[in-house]
Design a protein around this ligand. Structure first.
Ligand code: IPM
Ligand code: MN
Length: 348
């Protein structure tokens, strides 16, 4: 591309601080001669909700749709009732823009310490990617409450799994596995209890797998998967799982690969019908917001994923290398958010 038109949603808490560093690094990676970057900021999150009662107005969604990609910081704030912004801003973006692939790599870089005390976790010992389904499962809001506040209250959150939705994410995960050296795919689910959805996922993996004879497949129940993530993460290459299991295991994945401050993600619409959205896995961290101490590395790595997605793989690789170099020399002296961004940008 000769131009890159980005929608920027800083959002809540540390979101705007880390996004500023991500964009700084993106500009540095593309340089003077690269594609011309334009950014449009959208004010979404707690501030807007307090001021107007709005979460994601239709007109804003329409505008956001017109960009090449989206950079998002974080959504969620303790001054807003739990769920209002998550269900009102973040999830509607993922659903409306058909971000059915929520891609979350876990990679242990040299110089980064894993809290796992097992010797085999050398750099390279953790290098897998979770393909988390992004539009279905218990996230759809299919549920309700009856007799609220009474001793007979009933609450349901129905997990929605469609053949269409499962098949498209499973096919994407297989294609990713086929393109990686180890060509291995693990389905994580809980088919011994969630027999309806579990069997749909299992059957789909079997059937789609026939199209990818080079890819070896494995299955783990989600509870067992958490054990292996903590004891033998080297066994994972590509993991495919549903929205909620994926939410949970990608936090464990982030923790074992050096912490949530390094974990990047892409909410991807593989067909490119709608812009994909790149965001750190971490949240808005209200306790440290406004202090300029948040680590922007996860956002910078998310920007690298964005560059790869929009067809700029060289720039993406340069950003990842700059991050790796910074991590290798990081040490323990605390640096400000902008100092980390400056240091990474300076390597470009
Ligand atoms: C994440 C977050 C979100 C999720 C929340 C904020 C809705 O935890 O991106 O992992 O559950 O998907
Ligand atoms: Mn999460």
């Amino acid at each position: 591309p000769t131009a890159l038109d980005l929608a920027v949603i800083g959002g809540d808490g540390i979101g705007p601080e880390v996004v500023a560093e991500g964009l700084k690094v993106l500009e540095a990676a593309l340089g003077e001669d690269g594609p011309k970057v334009t950014t449009t900021e959208y004010d979404l999150g707690a501030r807007r909700w307090h001021a107007t009662g709005e979460t994601l107005p239709e007109s804003v969604l329409d505008e956001v749709k017109a960009h090449d990609a989206i950079v998002l910081g974080a959504i969620g704030d303790p001054t807003v009732p739990s769920g209002v912004l998550e269900r009102g801003v973040l999830l509607p973006l993922r659903f409306a823009l058909e971000h059915y692939v929520n891609l979350r790599p876990a990679k242990l870089y040299p110089g980064v310490e894993s809290p796992l005390a097992i010797e085999r976790v050398a750099p390279g010992g953790i290098d897998f990617v979770v393909v988390r389904e992004g539009t279905e499962g218990p996230y759809t809001g299919n549920g309700g409450a009856l007799r609220v506040g009474t001793p007979h209250e009933i609450a349901t959150e129905v997990s929605v799994n469609t053949r269409f939705g499962v098949e498209r994410v499973v096919r994407d995960a297989f294609a990713r596995a086929a393109a990686r050296p180890r060509k291995h795919l693990t389905l994580v689910h809980k088919h011994n209890v969630l027999t309806h959805a579990g069997h749909l996922w299992r059957r789909t993996v079997e059937e789609v797998g026939a199209e990818f004879p080079d890819v070896e497949t494995a299955y783990q129940h989600v509870d067992a998967a958490t054990i292996f993530l903590a004891t033998d993460p080297g066994r994972f290459d590509v993991v495919v799982t549903d929205n909620l299991f994926g939410d949970i295991i990608t936090d464990i994945a982030a923790a074992i690969a050096g912490g949530i401050g390094l974990a990047a993600s892409g909410n991807i619409n593989p067909e490119g019908r709608f812009p994909s959205m790149f965001e750190p896995v971490h949240g808005s961290a209200p306790d440290i917001a406004g202090q300029g101490v948040a680590d922007p590395t996860a956002t910078v790595l998310s920007v690298a994923m964005l560059l790869a997605h929009v067809g700029l793989p060289d720039a993406a690789a340069r950003v990842e290398e700059a991050v790796a170099a910074d991590l290798a020399e990081r040490g323990s002296a605390p640096r400000s958010t902008s100092a980390v961004g400056d240091a990474i940008a300076a390597r470009l």
